[in-house]
Structure formats: structure tokens, C-alpha cells
Design a protein around this ligand. Structure first.
Ligand SMILES: Nc1ncnc2c1ncn2[C@@H]1O[C@H](COP(=O)(O)OP(=O)(O)O)[C@@H](O)[C@H]1O
Ligand SMILES: [Mg+2]
Length: 299
């Protein structure tokens, strides 16, 4: 059974797509895991990082995107989920020089439209908006789960908004990684998404769940070595589980966003001066992504 890990935050630009791809690379190359990424964001950055513009365009033309998948299978069609996946995604090589096992369900600009259409379809069968929303959400959860047989880890790159797909991802995730920037807006965004993940009405109700028992863990990104950032991260750590690993702003991370066609690169070439950051992230996160019951170390 695959382990489902969502990377999510209500805020855009905090590094969700970047971190999703970093984890996929490290888990597949260093951990020899079979990794699948589901790109749930209609900005499609993960797909662009892993396929490049041309590769993503080809996937769209071939109707192999998440929007096509949802649209075709929502009503229980017999089309095979695996037919929508791109295998050998990305531009890095494993130790043997070959493509690591990274598959991708490409993102689509149409994902929101398709979710709207699916909602309207369901609305013809019931007048109760809650029932319709539950049905749509439930089916999308089922569609996302369908891939688990062939993979060790399924990474769900979430959009900043709360679409059906994003909510479904948060529901089925065994673990949610919440990247944040050490700033005030990010702190609020972490507070808000943590309530959704733990299904609590307010901070008081959330506080009753011990930090080590939470399903999510926060990851500070773009961290500068100054007192202000340290203070903010500490403040977040009083309310939420936070990884020891912190990612600084690094050229190697920014550059890894660009897909390099042609020959596959080693992880060290791909990440340059951020290879050590990737190693630290991998060492801390990979144990959390294999054991459903592993607890997060007390802060
Ligand atoms: N630690 C980092 N150092 C440098 N650039 C980063 C870092 N993390 C993310 N970025 C850059 O920030 C931008 C936004 O990141 P992205 O992963 O697309 O965020 P999100 O998915 O949350 O919207 C990208 O251009 C990415 O290359
Ligand atoms: Mg993104």
C-alpha cells in the first residue's frame, strides 16, 4: 500500500511544488522508492519542473492530464488510471545513470473547470449542496487513491486554494508537509490549514491534539540567518510540529526549478550548492513517509 503525502499550504509561493519535486528526487534516487506525483495545482509548476514546457504540452495534447483523468473516470468508466501517467519524469539520473522511478499525473489548466462540471453533473441528482459536495469529494478521493498499487510513495502537490481536489488530498494523506516562509502571513496560513488537516473548528480544539500526534508537519523555507526568522519559526513551533530541517534561500534550489532536457544529471549536479539541504530534508522526512504511525519528535 502506498504512503500518501500531501504538500500543502493555503499560501502560494512558499515552495510547495519545489519541495514536492525535491522529495520525489531524493526518495527515488537515494531511497530507491517508486514515487508517483499527482499535480493538483492548475498552475502546473510541478509538471513544468518534471517535463519541461514541451513535455507538458505533449501530455496535454495526448489528453494525459489530471483533468482528463477526472473527467474520463468520474462516472466509473473502465479506462485504466495508469494510462494517464508519464513514467521516467524529470531530468535526474539514479546511481546507475538510468531514470529513477518517478511517475507523474500531469497537471492541467482546466482542473478547476472540470471540477465545476463534475459538481454540476452531481447536482442533477440531488438538491442538497452538502450531499453533492460530499459525493464529488468522495469520488475524487477514490480517484486519487486508485494509483496506490504500483508505488511506495504518492506525493500530492496541492494548489493554494481549497478545491475539491485539494480537500480530497488533505483527507487521504497519511502525512501533510506544510512549507511556510517565516513571515506573519505564512503563520496565519499555517494556523488555518492545520485546522482543516486535523478537522478542528478552532485553535483551542486543535491544541487538544498533542503536537506529536498531528498528521502534518511544517517546513520552514527561505529561512534567513537572523533573529527575526528564528523567533517566528520558534513561535510557530509552539503551536505546530516543525521539522528541524530548514531550507535557506539557495541558488541550487531555485535553479532546480528549470527542466534541463537532454542527458539526465546526477542529484549533485541538479542541486549544486543545495545538495546538502536536500540530504538533510530527505534524512528527516523519509522516515516520516513510510510509517503511518511514526510520531514527530517532540519540539
Ligand atoms: N529555498 C529556496 N531558495 C530559492 N528559491 C526557492 C526556494 N524555494 C522555492 N524557491 C522558488 O520560489 C518560487 C516559488 O516556489 P514554488 O515551489 O512554485 O511555490 P508554491 O508551489 O508554494 O507556489 C519558485 O521560483 C522556486 O524556484
Ligand atoms: Mg506550486
Amino acid at each position: 500500500m502506498a504512503f500518501f503525502a500531501a504538500v500543502a499550504n493555503r499560501k502560494g509561493g512558499v515552495g510547495k511544488s519545489t519541495i514536492t519535486v525535491m522529495l520525489a528526487h531524493a526518495l527515488a534516487v537515494w531511497g530507491s522508492k517508486r514515487v508517483l506525483i499527482l499535480d493538483l495545482d492548475s498552475q502546473c509548476n510541478t509538471s513544468l519542473i518534471l517535463l519541461g514546457g514541451q513535455g507538458w504540452n505533449e501530455a496535454r495534447k495526448a489528453e494525459r492530464t489530471i483533468a482528463d483523468y477526472f473527467f474520463d473516470l468520474f462516472d466509473g468508466n473502465t479506462v485504466m488510471p495508469k494510462d494517464y501517467l508519464i513514467h521516467g519524469a524529470g531530468d535526474v539520473a539514479g546511481a546507475n545513470g538510468k531514470a529513477p522511478t518517478i511517475s507523474l499525473l500531469p497537471g492541467s489548466l482546466m482542473l478547476e473547470d472540470v471540477q465545476g462540471e463534475l459538481y454540476l453533473k452531481q447536482a442533477k441528482e440531488s438538491n442538497d449542496p452538502d450531499i453533492v459536495a460530499n459525493r464529488v469529494g468522495g469520488r475524487i478521493q477514490m480517484l486519487l487513491r486508485k494509483f496506490e498499487g504500483n508505488y511506495d510513495v504518492v506525493l500530492l502537490d496541492c494548489p493554494p486554494g481549497l478545491s475539491f481536489a485539494a480537500l480530497a488530498a488533505l483527507k487521504i494523506a497519511d502525512r501533510v508537509i506544510v512549507p511556510f516562509r517565516p513571515d506573519y502571513v505564512s503563520e496565519l496560513a499555517v494556523d488555518r490549514i492545520s485546522l482543516i488537516i486535523e478537522d478542528k473548528r478552532n485553535q483551542d480544539a486543535l491544541d487538544e491534539v498533542p503536537i506529536a500526534d498531528r498528521r502534518y508537519v511544517c517546513l520552514a523555507n527561505y529561512v534567513r540567518d537572523n533573529g527575526r526568522d528564528r523567533l517566528l519559526i520558534e513561535e510557530i513551533g509552539l503551536k505546530h510540529p516543525v521539522l528541524d530541517t530548514q531550507l535557506p534561500m539557495r541558488d541550487g534550489i531555485a535553479n532546480a526549478f528549470d527542466y534541463i532536457g537532454g542527458n539526465r544529471q546526477s542529484l549533485a549536479d541538479k542541486y549544486g550548492n543545495a545538495t546538502e539541504d536536500l540530504r538533510r530534508l530527505y534524512d528527516e522526512v523519509s522516515p516520516l513517509l513510510s510509517d503511518r504511525h511514526s510520531k514527530i519528535a517532540a519540539q
